[in-house]
Unconditional design. Structure first.
Length: 323
């Protein structure tokens, strides 16, 4: 079966004189061709992921390549069954990936050594090299490179502090970093060099490029890669694919992401359909009995049914004790 849609992932650090004007024109163009996705624009450059038919995405790439300074933007392309986004957004942001450093990094001035998939693969096999995942913990949990360090962060902005707190573990070693499409590593690896880490490499083009390399084919990647669109995850390892993610409720292998049914929590958790039903899509007893739990309304459960389902797992709507 042929896939008629495509998802594009791209970025470029390139000075934009008037980001607001750029945003207006960019959004207008995207809408005119019916593209969907999210593009962030700053005076430092652009960062985006968009989806559309083969024809729409072809037009978009031609458009971006026609913009002065963006002639060489590298688009990572993935075929898809449908749009991977619901709407089209183009937004002005101070930083196209928020790292919030007090003293910002210009990747054109300082950045880690670029490694192609083969070189990165060699680094993964080298015992004296430390591999650091620069993504968030929930991205890591769905899939990561074998042996990579998992920083305890929920957001990229927290990474520099985490590294400083754990400096002793890897200050004197060779370090290689990686992320989804490469953009997070551009400033981050530059920041590491500025902090005094001596040997820092980055996976050029990110995990996405690594998975498509005709020779490496994603070898040494475990699980799937988390993506920030409707697809949620995509395969990377085409040599010996595996599942590393675990069900939040019973710890069994699982790759299904859901959001907690409590709209005030909304925590992203991995759970099978079976456990989603059993635990009423709630990540905690409090979320399961939350008055606005979306699972209850979507399934039209009566208060009595709700109570019975909670009783089945030893809980109650009237639960007064605090967990
Ligand atoms: Zn919750």
């Amino acid at each position: 079966m042929s896939k008629n849609y495509r998802v594009l992932l791209f970025y470029k650090y390139q000075t934009i004189e008037d980001p607001d004007e750029f945003v207006t024109e960019h959004l207008e163009y995207c809408k005119s061709i019916g593209l969907k996705g999210r593009v962030l624009v700053g005076s430092e450059g652009i960062n985006g992921t968009v989806s559309g038919t083969i024809e729409q995405t072809k037009k978009y790439m031609d458009y971006v390549h026609s913009l002065p300074g963006f002639e060489d933007v590298w688009f990572k392309e993935d075929l898809a069954d449908n749009f991977a986004h619901k709407k089209m957004y183009v937004r002005h942001r101070e930083e196209i990936v928020a790292l919030n450093l007090e003293d910002d990094i210009d990747p054109h001035q300082i950045t880690g050594q670029y490694l192609n998939p083969k070189e990165f693969h060699d680094a993964l096999l080298d015992e004296d090299t430390i591999v650091l995942d620069t993504r968030n913990d929930y991205e890591y949990d769905l899939g990561h490179f074998k042996g990579a360090i998992r920083p305890e962060i929920r957001n990229f902005r927290e990474l520099p502090n985490w590294v400083l707190e754990n400096k002793d573990k890897f200050m004197e070693k060779r370090i290689v970093v990686y992320c989804t499409g490469g953009i997070r590593c551009e400033k981050f690896s530059g920041w590491m060099l500025r902090e005094g880490f001596k040997d820092v490499g980055q996976l050029h083009g990110g995990i996405d490029t690594y998975g498509k390399d005709p020779e490496i084919k994603g070898d040494l990647w475990e699980g799937k890669m988390y993506v920030f669109d409707e697809r949620i995850s995509i395969p990377i390892n085409h040599v010996n694919p595996s599942v590393v993610a675990k069900d939040y409720f019973d710890g069994k292998p699982c790759e299904r992401y859901i959001n907690c049914g409590n709209p005030e929590c909304n925590e992203q958790i991995i759970a099978s359909k079976l456990n989603e039903d059993k635990y009423l899509r709630g990540c905690s007893a409090e979320c399961r009995r939350h008055p606005r739990n979306r699972y209850i309304s979507e399934n039209n459960l009566s208060t009595q049914e709700w109570e019975e389902r909670l009783n089945a797992i030893g809980e109650s709507l009237k639960n007064t004790h605090t967990a």
